[in-house]
Design a protein around this ligand. Sequence first.
Ligand code: FES
Length: 108
Amino acid sequence: MAKPEKMILVCNNQRPSGHPRGCCMEKSSRDVTMEISEALDDRNLFGKVSLASTGCLGPCSLGPLVVVQPDNTWYKEVTKENLQLIIDEHIVGGNVVEKLVMTDADWE
Ligand code: FES
């Protein structure tokens, strides 16, 4: 097996209902993960791009979070709709989808 060129990490952390920090799982991160898996499969990208679920990545209020490595690009509030843009523009095209990236202010 060849070393993947990129890795997509999706937070699938789950907290109890009503937890003050919320979690990506309650914002449909599982559906996002499944859609990414299907999108990679549709484009024959498995092997070149790996996909993994993670625990909490930190900025829970902005979830679901998707991180593309080794680019260190953090996408926020990813939906089943806008993840296709991430796959086509970033993963296939090599261009970061700036409008979906966490800003410096998001880190403060
Ligand atoms: S629960 Fe997903 S970033 Fe914290």
